[in-house]
Design a protein around this ligand. Structure first.
Ligand SMILES: C[S@@+](CC[C@H](N)C(=O)[O-])C[C@H]1O[C@@H](n2cnc3c(N)ncnc32)[C@H](O)[C@@H]1O
Length: 354
């Protein structure tokens, strides 16, 4: 509904509004998705949830929906100071008419990030921008069902006016919530964290993807939905059965589900892996410890991965996983901490095989 019908050949200024749910994962996920899809981009600015990049809008738009933490994407038309006079001057001298033909309707919403520019009233600014855009383009305001949606973003010391190209549908993971699946297990991750881990592994459609501790398939499901060739392994037959049922429920067809020990992986040249090994609380470590499992698993994962393939692994903070990973020959490319509850913070590592 908000797609631009104009062809934009030159690199455009694209803005992304990322989720504020986590301080580091959303930006890392955005970078990983753009890299994995070989979309050239350069970050030109960022403030809180807003990121400005230089990239081809037509390339970014189709992959925006892959991100667990990408809320919105659009073309940036105006970048100015936050006062009404500065905004006015910038809008009048912009190429706005290129984005809004006179026969189309539009609406404007103003969002403020991080409590900045309080002297500029959001509601007044929305009304003023509506009037200004109408005067410049002759297009009509339609608040109910606009053909184009503009977002005015007050972020840091700047104001940005952008044409929205993608918005994450409300409740987009609701149908995949662990409790909504045919087989539930308390060790299953949320779909958002699982999706972001798959994205951090640089998996895209057609990539061979392995989760060697797949449980009832939360991570496998996200990789399958992205079009990967997924293989799952778990030491317990009932978990494999659970994965099979859950994937089938979402009409996903894995390339393989194997009952086996992740310390002995029967496949090679895997392109990407994301996994959540057992911590001995929700999921059984089968008489071992997370640390000992990782000591045996990580060298095996390094050999199973193709060169420069990535493994994204979660473990309880304090397990010492970065050192174990380096001893296993991995390069620690990135790390994030995700607070779960008082006695569990997950450390998410992005590891590159050699
Ligand atoms: C935290 S759960 C994985 C949850 C999974 N990500 C999901 O969304 O359902 C860890 C799984 O590892 C399995 N497991 C434990 N030791 C294993 C081993 N040595 N090899 C393979 N799987 C193992 C457990 O049976 C459990 O299902």
């Amino acid at each position: 509904m908000f797609a631009s019908r104009f062809n934009m050949d030159e690199p455009t200024r694209v803005f992304l509004v990322l989720s504020g749910e986590h301080p580091t994962l959303p930006l890392a996920e955005m970078r990983a998705i753009l890299d994995a899809n070989r979309i050239p981009f350069k970050i030109t600015g960022s403030f809180y949830k807003l990121v400005e990049i230089q990239a081809e809008m037509e390339a970014v738009k189709p992959i925006a929906g892959r991100g667990a933490f990408i809320d919105e994407v659009g073309t940036e038309i105006v970048h100015s100071g936050p006062t009404i006079t500065e905004i006015d001057d910038a809008v009048k001298s912009s190429d706005l008419s290129r984005y809004l033909p006179p026969d189309e309707s539009f609406s404007v919403r103003v969002l403020r990030f991080g409590g900045v520019s309080k002297e500029t009233s959001r509601v007044k600014l929305e009304g003023h921008l509506g009037w200004l855009i109408h005067n410049i383009t002759r297009a009509k305001v339609d608040l109910e069902n606009p053909q184009r949606l503009f977002h005015g973003l007050l972020a840091g010391p700047y104001f940005h006016l952008g044409l929205v190209a993608y918005q994450r549908p409300a409740g987009y993971v609701a149908s995949r919530r662990p409790r909504k699946r045919p087989v539930f297990h308390p060790s299953t991750m949320t779909p958002k964290l699982a999706r972001s881990m798959v994205n951090l592994s640089r998996a895209i459609g057609g990539t061979t993807f392995l989760d060697p501790f797949c449980g009832v398939g939360g991570i496998l499901l996200e990789a399958s939905l992205l079009g990967c060739e997924v293989i799952g392994m778990d030491a317990l037959r009932r978990m494999i059965r659970g994965s099979r049922r859950n994937l089938k429920y979402f009409q996903m067809d894995p390339s393989g589900l194997i009952r086996g020990d992740a310390r002995n992986i029967p496949v090679t040249r895997v392109e990407a892996m994301a996994t959540d090994p057992p911590y001995g609380t929700g999921a059984s470590t089968l008489k071992s410890t997370t640390r000992n499992i990782l000591k045996d698993f990580l060298p095996e994962a390094n050999s199973a991965l193709a060169k420069a393939g990535r493994l994204v692994v979660a473990s309880p903070l304090g397990t010492g996983t970065p050192d174990i990973a380096e001893s296993a020959g991995f390069r620690v490319a990135d790390r994030h901490e995700v607070y779960v509850h008082r006695s569990l913070t997950r450390e998410i590592l992005v590891l590159e095989a050699n």
